[in-house]
Design a protein around this ligand. Sequence first.
Ligand code: F6R
Length: 366
Amino acid sequence: EKGGYDHFMLKEIFEQPRSIADSMRGRINLDSASLQLGGLRDYLDKIAKTDRIVIVACGTSWHAGLVGEYLFEELARVNVEVEYASEFRYRNPIIKEGDIVIAISQSGETADTMAALELAKSKGAIILGVCNVVGSSIARITHAGVYTHAGPEIGVASTKAFTAQVTVLSLIAIATAHKKGTISQDLYRELLFGLDAIPAKVEKILKSAEKIKDISKLFTFASNFIFLGRGLNFPVALEGALKLKEISYIHAEGYPAAEMKHGPIALIDEDMPVVFIATKDASYEKIVSNIQEVKARKGRVIAIVTEGDTLIPKMVDFVVEVPRTNDLLLPLLTSIPLQLISYYIAVLRGRNVDQPRNLAKSVTVE
Ligand code: F6R
């Protein structure tokens, strides 16, 4: 049932070319350069007219929500707030009739997310779901939604569900932007073609698994890790840190790279591994100087870089390359090497990666 893989988590990491493609299938049509989201047919108008979207989720799904925030704001020019579902409901949140609330949940059974939706619904919000499990509680109480088609996720640490969530949020943001006229036809086409090309690019990254395993060997006994990224790669940094904590039990933190100088830089010494997500995007120059700051303090750096980058490989200890894509689609690529780093470190430490201690696949208690 693990399809020849040692663990479900590894199988699910390797399934991502297909699970991402499945989450787009029947939705993107390249011949006509068009995008259809059947599940939102009656709601896209309302999403396009709203001036505020609230996203509620927990854990990895909350990280996907943060990626969604960048996408909606950049493409559809709409104000987005991403809330931990548990905090949202205990705070007398300001929700008015007709506000759009989107829940993101792999299992569709997370109690905190469910309770946040019930509260939003009682205040008259339109509640939408991005769920993986068909017919789950969240899928049933929402007015409408778009399923991720990642297939069953067995490993407790979420991997393919995350990239499927990011794929679906990209589709919703692009469809909203197209409807509102906030993106050009050229960018619309570029993003649809860009998404279509993602599965093959993920496949290419997965070919670096052996290299990533070799790098991971050198960090097996680290007791801390810092993950840094900017822009859309900031939520990827948070997700990289969460994954490592969950399955290897190594203390890890994710930060926006520019925040480092406001405190965490005090942690940097020769024993501190730092993972930079340092692709050639709008923040490239800035992240190069953040890397210099860490290297000047002897931090050990693993950088996720764009294929063909010649500068960063000279500055850091190890690099893993990802193919080029539109900046807005980068999380679909940059999250993959981080999943593999966590996986290999956890295996090398002898952890039970599919069933980490203290964690359950769906958290149905508040
Ligand atoms: C992370 C993880 C958890 C879940 C969180 C939300 O690997 O598995 O953080 O992401 O409990 O679960 P869902 O998405 O099912 O609502």
